[in-house]
Design a protein around this ligand. Structure first.
Ligand code: SF4
Length: 475
């Protein structure tokens, strides 16, 4: 057994590359985070043995995996490097498309870690509050933050881009970083005692938070999850939360009075003239229901506007909300896999969702999908109706119950009625099947595989139906 101590992605990558070249399988290597058992440099014997292989073996590693590994390496799970090497081994020796198999347990674990790290980066971007310090060197802004994972080096380039003309420093227990308007300089970790005292910038934060606080959407548990208590000491706005909560009933009553008698929907935002450009521009600023408030952006459909097949999912997920594109996260990978297995080309298909904003609830580490309500699906319906009116597809595929209930019938059941072609208001061949997320949510690998097979079967039916329409044997 070869044993290595690894702290960073760069260290792991160097070792992993050597191990792969000398064909060391994951079962014969052990990665430790902190070593009482030797270090990378103690493993000189193994390095000598791999060096001979290095000169002759060329290993190709997908950039997608390296980007993923760079993120996952920041997770605090002590087994992350072992998991990464196992995945790397399988990717390079067994299945180069392994990362697209979201039903695989290793892929599932690594994606879960990736999400946790990305969420932590997002929180650092949201919760860092700088305090002004005047010293002999001039003005400097200093913040203290305690991330869940070792994300400092991934998170801080954001602050360098956002505040390029300020001298600032961020202190964390893992490491500190200083921006001198030219470069990021990293140093050892610090305690919160090293952070400066409050300053007048905090009044600005309190004013801003008071202005964006929505009294109709108070969920105390969710607030604590989103703004974990350990961050509260560094967040000046938390001082006014009680005051805002006390005033919430009065503000809610005012909001209800203002909106009485008016049922909002996307119809209020549709452009006068139905063209693609006008439609997309209008959807960006839709306020047809409250889902726009917490989501990052509207996620409109994408694909050829003369596509013969339209796929409609439920709503964007976490990755889609960030990317602004439908089906680009794990569910998108499952969909791509299913389409490929069914012999369909995604590039020829228009892909969209019944609801255009991501609905979620925050947990401590991630944003958890929430099913849109019937009211929200109905408010958003004008967008999908407009897309279908412009495209006029030969086949409409509803992925999951929300899309099927919105476009086929309100009581539609995926379990009982999937896989059948039915006429709908939008085209003569409308079919419903499982949403790819249902596969990701299946509790066991066997169940994931079984649901994936049903999705692929239904997509094979779609391909056959398209051929029939092409050859005029069905209209
Ligand atoms: S979910 Fe639909 S109706 Fe609601 S704001 Fe977003 S685009 Fe508008």
């Amino acid at each position: 057994m070869q044993t290595y101590t690894v702290e960073t992605f760069e260290e792991w990558r160097g070792i992993a590359r050597q191990l792969l070249r000398s064909r060391v399988s994951p079962g014969d290597v052990c990665f430790h985070e902190q070593s009482s058992q030797g270090s990378l440099f103690d493993a000189a014997q193994e390095e000598q043995s791999v060096a001979a292989a290095e000169a002759t073996t060329v290993i190709s590693v997908p950039p997608k995996f390296l980007n993923l590994a760079r993120v996952v390496a920041c997770h605090r799970d002590p087994d992350r490097f072992q998991l990464l090497y196992r995945l790397l081994w399988r990717l390079t020796t067994l299945d180069s498309r392994l990362l697209e198999v979201h039903t695989d347990d290793d892929v599932y674990q690594v994606r879960r870690m990736e999400k946790a790290v990305r969420r932590d980066i997002h929180k650092m971007h949201a919760f860092v509050r700088f305090r002004k310090v005047i010293s002999e060197e001039g003005e400097q802004f200093i913040a203290w933050h305690r991330p869940d994972h070792r994300i400092v080096r991934l998170a801080v380039p954001f602050f360098a881009r956002r505040f390029p003309a300020m001298n600032w420093a961020i202190l964390t227990p893992d490491e500190s970083v200083v921006w001198n308007q030219t470069e990021l300089v990293y140093g050892p970790g610090c305690s919160q005692r090293d952070a400066p005292a409050p300053d007048e910038l905090e009044d600005l934060w309190r004013t801003y938070y008071g202005a964006i606080f929505n009294p109709a959407r108070i969920k105390l548990k969710a607030m604590v999850r989103e703004m974990p208590l350990r961050h509260w000491k560094t967040l000046p706005e938390t001082e006014i939360i009680q005051e805002l909560l006390d005033d919430a009933p009065r503000r809610v009553a005012e909001m209800i009075a203002r909106q009485e008698g008016h049922a909002r929907s996307a119809a209020d935002h549709l452009p006068a003239e139905l063209t693609w450009d006008a439609l997309r521009d209008a959807a960006v600023i839709c306020r047809g229901c409250d889902l726009y408030r917490d989501a990052t952006q509207t996620v409109f459909g994408e694909g050829p506007t003369d596509a013969r097949i339209v796929l409609v999912g439920e709503q964007p997920g976490d990755s889609e909300d960030i990317a602004g594109r439908p089906f680009v996260g794990p569910a998108g990978d499952v969909l791509n896999d299913a389409l490929a297995q069914a012999g369909l080309n995604r590039a020829e298909i228009y892909v969209t969702n019944a609801v255009k904003h991501f609905k979620f609830e925050r947990s401590e580490t991630r944003r958890l999908h929430q099913k849109p309500s019937a009211r929200e699906a109905s408010a958003c319906r004008p967008w999908i109706e407009a897309e279908l009116k412009l495209i006029k597809p030969d086949i409409l595929v509803c992925l999951g119950a929300t899309a099927a209930q919105s476009l086929i019938a309100p009581g539609f059941s995926i379990t009982r009625q999937r896989g059948e072609f039915l006429p709908s208001d939008w085209c003569g061949s409308t079919i419903a099947t499982y949403h790819p997320s249902a596969i990701l949510r299946s509790p066991t690998p066997a169940q994931r595989q079984a649901t994936l097979s049903l999705l692929v079967d239904d997509l094979v039916r779609v391909r056959a139906r398209l051929n029939e329409i092409t050859h005029g044997t069905v209209s």
